[in-house]
Design a protein around this ligand. Structure first.
Ligand code: FMN
Length: 449
């Protein structure tokens, strides 16, 4: 207890000197307003999470110790109360970092360097920073398809690969989006910039929760019980067509976030890798996209389509447009009066005119604006998008149907995606398209990185 009291007093002293919220970031003589890390430095200073070295200096190029990082993350978490003692043999009782390190080890954010060592005064490396932030965010397991060739994850230590990959996917990078250098020490500028962007990520989750909470309060006004609230929810279907799982993954995230039903538009004759080879004008996908009357047959159907109020429809962009099978789909049902939300994935093209053209095949429905995703977009971006639509449907950051499965379910999905993508890559080398690409076998596609 005494140890704890001393630690609290010391932490407060450090907060008052080393971390001084009152010190405006623009007071730093060594931080240029236009510097890439300046925003992070300003924001973290204002929040009392990370400040300067005293004497009006921030020392952007200086290194940061492991203990300092624990302290910054502890403050980022709102400085929660912790009790107990850490199990490290090289941390000092009563040291200024005692509570943050205890919190970080109890939260599973730090494991130490092995052999009971925490190494509080060692400079934190970029991979250590990545792993600590990744663990703090929930240790999401990302599939192989996220592993771009030459990505920083490849240079990371085995234990750090997933953390570094996660940072890449969440765009927690170095200056100008440059990849992390896993084994290099993190500079104070990097820490400020990355921590700041992490906070923005966390806040976007929290905003989603706030929307959820507000909706719940509104729903329950007047004493409605839970079942009535559930009934009042619109019935939502997420239908998607996907050959290499990019769109399917986004559809899965959307359906899971809304607790919606998921329907896979399955061609009667599946597309082979050769069918998808856009480099050859004679292959099936390309021929269909040329042919205005093409309506590839679908295997099966949505039996209870009449029950749905809102239908999300997802598709890959093929030559700037929705694949013709999407026309087969929308023309198979009476969608009048329903809200239709189009979304797509693509190598790089925008949704462009694809949704507007598809709309013509179900003009009596109420179409919202469409949205393009990349195959690797995060659950958060899907959730934020859905909640911005004002269609009376709520998306949640945590799974509706699969509470607690957010880690394992995407993993299963990602693995399938990786397999499918591998097959397609062999045939097509598809990755990136110039935006608004026109159909021509000579279009200069950018090959996989
Ligand atoms: C036949 C064909 C045409 C494509 N045309 C485009 C295009 O015009 N623009 C683009 O950015 N990507 C294009 N792509 C790439 C896909 O849109 C992208 O890989 C998409 O995410 C695949 O989704 P899926 O995995 O759900 O099938 C094309 C892919 C194929 C197979």
């Amino acid at each position: 207890m005494k140890k704890k009291l001393i630690a609290i007093v010391l932490c407060a002293l450090i907060a008052a000197t080393f971390v001084c919220p009152a010190l405006a970031a623009d007071a730093y003589s060594d931080v240029d307003d236009g510097a890439w890390y300046a925003q992070g430095v300003y924001a973290l200073g204002e929040r009392g999470i990370m400040n300067g070295m005293g004497g009006g200096m921030f020392a952007p190029d200086g290194t940061f110790t492991r203990a300092q990082l624990a302290a910054v993350m502890y403050r980022m978490a709102g400085s929660p109360e912790v009790t107990g003692e850490d199990a490290f043999t090289d941390t000092e009782a009563g040291a200024w970092y005692e509570t943050p390190v205890l919190w970080a080890s109890q939260s599973g954010i730090v494991n130490g360097m092995g052999g009971g060592i925490f190494a509080p005064n060692e400079a934190v490396t970029q991979e250590q920073l990545a792993v600590m932030l990744w663990r703090d965010a929930g240790s999401y397991v990302l599939g192989d398809e996220y592993k771009t060739e030459g990505g920083a994850w490849a240079d990371a230590s085995e234990w750090a690969k997933m953390g570094v990959l996660w940072c890449e996917v969440e765009k927690l990078t170095n200056e100008n989006g440059a990849p992390l250098e896993p084994k290099a020490p993190a500079t104070r500028a990097q820490v400020a910039d990355i921590i700041y962007h992490c906070i923005l990520l966390k806040e976007s989750f929290a905003n989603t929760d706030a929307v959820s909470a507000a909706t719940k309060t509104a729903d329950t006004t007047g004493g409605e019980d839970e079942s009535q609230t559930a009934e009042a929810q619109k019935k939502v279907l997420v239908a998607c067509f996907s050959c290499t799982e990019n769109t399917a993954r986004i559809a899965e995230l959307a359906a899971d976030a809304m607790g919606a039903d998921l329907y896979r538009i399955t061609p009667e004759t599946p597309y082979t890798s050769e069918d998808l080879n856009y480099k050859d004008d004679t292959t099936r996908a390309t021929r269909e996209q040329h042919d205005d009357s093409a309506r590839p047959a679908i295997s099966g159907s949505v039996e209870n389509m009449a029950d749905y109020d809102v239908i999300f429809i997802g598709y890959p962009i093929w030559w700037g447009q929705a694949p013709k099978i999407m026309y087969s789909f929308v023309e198979s049902y009476d969608l009048s009066g329903k809200t239709i939300v189009p979304f797509c994935t693509s190598g790089s093209s925008s949704i462009g005119t694809s949704a507007d053209n598809l709309k013509k095949s179900a003009a009596d429905a109420n179409w919202t604006d469409g949205r393009r995703f990349s195959g690797g977009d995060s659950r958060d971006s899907v959730v934020s998008w859905i909640n911005s639509l004002s269609i009376g449907v709520e998306a949640k950051e945590n799974a509706h149907k699969n509470k607690g499965c957010v880690k394992s379910q995407p993993l299963f999905f990602y693995l399938n995606a990786a397999r499918a993508r591998y097959a397609m890559t062999i045939a097509c080398s598809v990755v990136s398209f110039p935006s608004g690409s026109k159909r021509s076998a000579s279009t200069p596609f950018i090959t996989p990185a």
